[in-house]
Design a protein around this ligand. Structure first.
Ligand SMILES: [Zn+2]
Length: 77
């Protein structure tokens, strides 16, 4: 939990700059891999971390566990 409180603000800064928190790749260039709703797209960085673009907020965040699971399910079809 201590670790998380140190890392989290840094990750927020990177995400607010639209960069991957793992490799700082520009997320605007990452391919969209799944449409979650009218305003939400999942995308995958080249380092395999997955993010969600919320078009309503025009912001990126890490994909949740449930969203990761949706993606895995969609690949099985
Ligand atoms: Zn990355």
């Amino acid at each position: 939990m201590i670790l998380k409180s140190i890392i989290s603000p840094f990750q927020k800064v990177l995400l607010s700059r639209r960069l991957c928190v793992g490799c700082t790749f520009p997320l605007d260039k990452a391919p969209r891999i799944l449409q979650l709703s009218d305003t939400k797209f999942m995308l995958q960085c080249k380092c395999k971390r997955r993010y969600v673009l919320d078009k309503a907020l025009n912001a990126y965040r890490r994909a949740t566990f449930d969203e990761e699971r949706l993606f895995i399910e969609s690949k099985k079809q």
